[in-house]
Design a protein around this ligand. Structure first.
Ligand SMILES: [Zn+2]
Length: 433
C-alpha cells in the first residue's frame, strides 16, 4: 500500500522540488528573482535572513514541505477515528507554487498525495480580514441599537465593511491569474481595529486544516482510486451513520459526483470539529467546533468567490454550487451543536455559525450588487443605501435569532432550498404522517 516515503518522493519529484527543501526556500528564491533593483534585493535578503523566516525555509519535508501545513496535518490526524489513522499517516501534504488557488487529492499504487497551492493559503487571509471588518461594523451597529439610536444609513463602519468587499473583488482578479502568486490585499485590515494577528492566523489555519480534511476525505472515501471499493463503502456508511436523516437526505438528493464533494465536506467538518463518535476527543470540544465552522465557511466561500460559482445548478457539474455546499454544512452544524450549552465565556458554536451566515449573505449581496443586481440595467452597483439596508435587515434578523427564534429562521435572506430537499424533508417530517 501507500508509504509516506513514496508519497513524499512522488510529490516533490512531480513538482521539480528537491527532497530536502521546504516550499519557503523556493518562495525566497522567487522573491529574490523578482527584485529588479539593488535596494529591493537587499530588502528581500534582509527579510529572508530573519530567524522566523529561517525556521520556515530550513524545514526538511516530512509529512509536508511546509512546517505549518505539517502541523495542521498532524492536528487533523489527531482527531481522526483510529481506523483511518494508518491510511492517513502515509499521505504527503504538499504545498505547490501553482498560481491558482486550489487543493486536490490523488494517488498511485504506492503513494498518496494531498496538495494545496500557496495561492490558496495566502488568499484566505484576506477573506478572514473582510469578515473581521463586517463583524466590527455590526458590533458598532449593535451598540448604537442598544443605546436606542436607530442606526442610520451613513455610518462610516458600514461603508468600511463594504469597502473591504470592494477590495476583495479587486484582489480576486489577481488570484484568478494563473501566472502569478498574489499575496492579496493586506490593506483590508487597515479599515478596522479588528482582532489580534494571532486570532486571524488561527482562523487561517482552521481553513487550511478543513481544506486538507476535505482532500483527505477523498482518499478515505475511495474517490481517488478504483481498487478500494470495500473501504469506500465502509467509510461512506460510517460517515452517513453520523448524520441525521435530514442531512443524509439532503446529500443523497444530488447526483453521484456532487455527493462526493458534499460527503467530503461533511467528513472534513466532522474531523475538524472532533465530533466523530469514535474519534479521540469524545467530550464537547468548543474550540474545535469553532474551528470547524470557520474552516468550512471560508474554504467554500473563497473558492466560490474566486471561481464565481455561487449559484449554478447544472446536474452535470462535478462540484455542487457554493449555495448547496454551505446549506449542507449549516444543516450538519445545526444537528451537531443544537443541544449544546454555552461555553464558559458565554459563546456558542451556533452563534458563530449565524455570524458567518450573515457574512456569507452580505458577501453574496455585494457580489450580486457589483454585477448589477437588483438594478436591472447595465452593470450599475447597488447603491450604498440599498446595500446598507440589506445589512441592517440581516442584523435585525440575527438579533431575532439570538433572542430565541427557531433555527433556521424563515427570513428575507434565507438561502433558497433546492426542491428535492424540501420534498425529502417533508417525507421525513413525522407531523406529515
Ligand atoms: Zn473535493
Amino acid at each position: 500500500m501507500w508509504r509516506l516515503k513514496n508519497s513524499r518522493g512522488l510529490f516533490l519529484n512531480s513538482n521539480n522540488m528537491a527532497q530536502d527543501r521546504s516550499i519557503w526556500s523556493y518562495v525566497a528564491a522567487e522573491l529574490a528573482g523578482a527584485a529588479t533593483t539593488q535596494e529591493a534585493r537587499n530588502a528581500i535578503d534582509e527579510y529572508t535572513a530573519r530567524p522566523e523566516w529561517r525556521l520556515l525555509s530550513d524545514f526538511a519535508p516530512n509529512r509536508s514541505n511546509c512546517p505549518i501545513v505539517e502541523r495542521n496535518a498532524v492536528s487533523l490526524h489527531g482527531k481522526l477515528p483510529s481506523r483511518w489513522s494508518a491510511l492517513a499517516d502515509n499521505i504527503f501534504y504538499g504545498v505547490t507554487l501553482d498560481g491558482l488557488p486550489n487543493a486536490e487529492a490523488h494517488n498511485q499504487r504506492f503513494a498518496a498525495i494531498v496538495s494545496v497551492s500557496l495561492q490558496f493559503i495566502w488568499m484566505i487571509e484576506s477573506y478572514v480580514l473582510a469578515y473581521d471588518a463586517m463583524l466590527y461594523s455590526f458590533r458598532e451597529h449593535a451598540r448604537a441599537y442598544e443605546r436606542g439610536d436607530v442606526p442610520t444609513y451613513h455610518q462610516e463602519e458600514l461603508v468600511n465593511s463594504r469597502e473591504a468587499w470592494r477590495r476583495l473583488e479587486r484582489a480576486a482578479e489577481g488570484w484568478r491569474d494563473e501566472f502569478k502568486i498574489d499575496p492579496g490585499d493586506q490593506s483590508i485590515h487597515l479599515y478596522v481595529p479588528g482582532r489580534e494577528a494571532a486570532d486571524i492566523d488561527e482562523a487561517v489555519q482552521s481553513v487550511v486544516t478543513f481544506t486538507l480534511g476535505h482532500e483527505l476525505a477523498h482518499h478515505i472515501l475511495g474517490h481517488t482510486s478504483k481498487n478500494s471499493e470495500r473501504r469506500a463503502k465502509e467509510a461512506r456508511a460510517m460517515l452517513l451513520c453520523e448524520l441525521s436523516e435530514t442531512s443524509r437526505a439532503f446529500i443523497e438528493s444530488y447526483p453521484a459526483n456532487q455527493q462526493k464533494e458534499l460527503l467530503c465536506d461533511a467528513m472534513a467538518f466532522k474531523i475538524v470539529a472532533g465530533s466523530f463518535s469514535d474519534g479521540t476527543t469524545g467530550e464537547r470540544d468548543y474550540k474545535s467546533a469553532y474551528n470547524a465552522i470557520i474552516g468550512g465557511c471560508f474554504s467554500l466561500l473563497a473558492l466560490a468567490h474566486v471561481g464565481e460559482h455561487w449559484i449554478e445548478q447544472r446536474s452535470g457539474e462535478t462540484h455542487p454550487s457554493f449555495q448547496v455546499r454551505w446549506q449542507s454544512l449549516l444543516l450538519i452544524a445545526f444537528e451537531t451543536w443544537e443541544g449544546w450549552q454555552r461555553d464558559r465565556s458565554g459563546g456558542h458554536p451556533l452563534d458563530l455559525t449565524h455570524q458567518l451566515r450573515m457574512f456569507v449573505d452580505s458577501a453574496f449581496t455585494n457580489w450580486l450588487g457589483m454585477r448589477g443586481w437588483p438594478a436591472a440595467e447595465g452593470n450599475a452597483e447597488v447603491s450604498d443605501a440599498e446595500f446598507q439596508d440589506a445589512l441592517y435587515r440581516l442584523y435585525v434578523q440575527t438579533w431575532d435569532e439570538r433572542i430565541g427564534r427557531k433555527y433556521p429562521p424563515e427570513g428575507l435572506y434565507e438561502w433558497p432550498r433546492p426542491p428535492e430537499f424540501l420534498a425529502n424533508a417533508r417525507a421525513n417530517d413525522p407531523s406529515n404522517k
